[in-house]
Design a protein around this ligand. Structure first.
Ligand SMILES: [Zn+2]
Length: 124
């Protein structure tokens, strides 16, 4: 397991709960057709830096249902979220339960890795 260094943390020694998230990214797909790809460090950004993701992403995470149905020949382009640049580092009131829900979705998707992996940007 490789570690990914957070670009936001002011110093490296600081011990945050999600700081040493697994490197890489996860793609989640909801049954309404919304697909999101994000770095796994997004949990750290939200929990430790109070980074507030875009409203439509938050809504999907809080209310959406995952889909694992086959893609067939359908072309899919995930929306990318959490690839932080200073310009979109917005802090705010994090909805209660958001981090836990997102972590749970990541865990569910990781068990279906083969289904989702092939089209994610930067994936092997
Ligand atoms: Zn950090």
């Amino acid at each position: 397991m490789s570690l990914f260094v957070c670009p936001v943390c002011p110093w490296r020694g600081r011990d945050h709960k999600y700081r040493h998230a697994k490197a890489g990214e996860t793609t989640i797909r909801f049954d309404d057709g919304h697909i999101w790809t994000f770095p796994n460090l997004i949990l750290h950004y939200i929990h430790d830096h109070k980074w507030l993701p875009p409203e439509n992403f938050v809504k999907d995470v809080m209310e959406g249902h995952l889909s694992f149905s086959p893609f067939g020949n359908q072309e899919v382009v995930p929306q990318r979220v959490g690839y932080l640049a200073e310009s979109d580092f917005v802090q705010g009131e994090i909805p209660k339960g958001l981090v836990d829900r997102l972590q749970n979705l990541i865990e569910q998707v990781s068990q279906h890795d083969d289904d989702l992996r092939y089209y994610g940007p930067g994936e092997k």
